[in-house]
Design a protein around this ligand. Structure first.
Ligand SMILES: C[S@@+](CC[C@H](N)C(=O)[O-])C[C@H]1O[C@@H](n2cnc3c(N)ncnc32)[C@H](O)[C@@H]1O
Length: 324
């Protein structure tokens, strides 16, 4: 069981009383066992994890590391590996837990490396990571000095993977809550830094997403936005008519210039594009820990610069901006 009191205390300090009043009910309802057929089984896996007493916790390396090979007897380590695999697929990472290397679908550390030297240092900052997946970047944010990191993600397997990792780590000012951004109360204005990475293109209304993110930030706070973009000029946007790289839920892919104009229109200041890169099949691929199809299978076999639907292959850009 996670003790949420430290989170409530920090949110109260940040004058986010409205959310603190809602959160217990939001958590109870999102984690209601009838909401997902596998939830009870995932929770049992977490309850049955071996106790890991270790001093080895490393949050500023490529793989989030908790414990070492020798921290568990072989039988317990094999059991842990079995328990970790019960929460397949592991998409975001890598992690190394008691010497078990979780080679996830994504090299999420590469995304972190692209942005870490561009953001305002996270020391003592209250951070929100919207659409945080299983919380890999939340751990890296904590490792970079954040006072507290709150991730939100509505996909329950992600939340359960996070809870598993957190149980092995022990008490820490990092939380992943089973919520979508639309469930946050209006007018929070509580966070020093807000990350939204890999979420904007999943939203049917990208402008509303940018406004919702701004609404979470303190005056002067920093947004770190990562999303799919296309090559093109100001005003150009791709709205796939059907699937994009086999994903059904992809909506707006703007050019970088267009996205900068959206950020301006939404009242952000000091807008910088810090990186734009085509996603490689080394960064996103099937592994033992994510055995379904991955990027290679979503690209055109004859021309890897196109998706299998004939659209521009995934290219991602990172923007930083400030709330006015
Ligand atoms: C492409 S993943 C990105 C994960 C991580 N931020 C990263 O950059 O590696 C998008 C995540 O957004 C989450 N998501 C989808 N709709 C959301 C919403 N309305 N609010 C918050 N997160 C959402 C998904 O469950 C998924 O984990």
């Amino acid at each position: 069981m996670i003790d949420y009191q430290p989170l409530y205390n920090v949110l109260l300090d940040a004058k986010a009383d409205a959310w603190v009043n809602l959160l217990p009910q939001q958590l109870a309802s999102a984690l209601d066992l009838t909401r997902h057929g596998n939830l009870a089984q995932w929770q049992t896996v977490i309850e049955c994890l071996p106790g890991l007493t270790t001093t080895h916790r490393l949050l500023d390396a490529d793989a989030v590391q908790i414990g070492q090979f020798d921290d568990l007897p072989e039988a317990a380590r094999m059991e842990l590996e079995h328990q970790l695999k019960a929460l397949h697929p592991w998409r975001k990472g890598p992690y190394n837990l008691a010497g078990i290397n979780i080679d996830t679908e994504w090299r999420s550390d590469w995304k972190w490396d692209r942005l870490k030297n561009h953001i305002t240092p996270l020391n003592h900052r209250l951070v929100l990571d919207v659409g945080c997946g299983n919380g890999y970047h939340c751990w890296r944010m904590l490792g970079a000095g954040a006072k507290m990191v709150i991730g939100i993600d509505p996909f329950l397997l992600n939340v359960m993977q996070f809870q598993l990792v957190r149980k092995l780590y022990g008490e820490a000012p990092v939380y992943v809550l089973p919520l979508g951004i639309e469930e946050l109360p209006y007018g929070l204005k509580a966070f020093d830094t807000v990350f939204s990475m890999g979420v904007l293109y999943h939203r049917r209304s990208p402008i509303d997403h940018l406004l919702e993110l701004r609404d979470c930030l303190q005056p002067g706070g920093e947004l770190v936005l990562e999303t799919l973009v296309i090559d093109g000029n100001l005003g150009e946007v791709l709205l796939p008519e059907g699937r994009y790289a086999k994903m059904r839920n992809v909506w707006f892919l703007p050019s970088c210039e267009t996205l900068i104009s959206w950020l301006k229109r939404c009242g952000y200041k000091n807008i910088r594009l810090i990186d734009a890169a085509t996603t490689s099949i080394e960064e996103q691929r099937s592994t033992e820990w994510m055995q379904f199809h991955s990027l290679k299978d979503f690209l055109c076999t004859k021309n890897p610069r196109l998706t299998c639907e004939g659209l521009p292959a995934p290219k991602r850009a990172i923007f930083i901006a400030n709330n006015a």
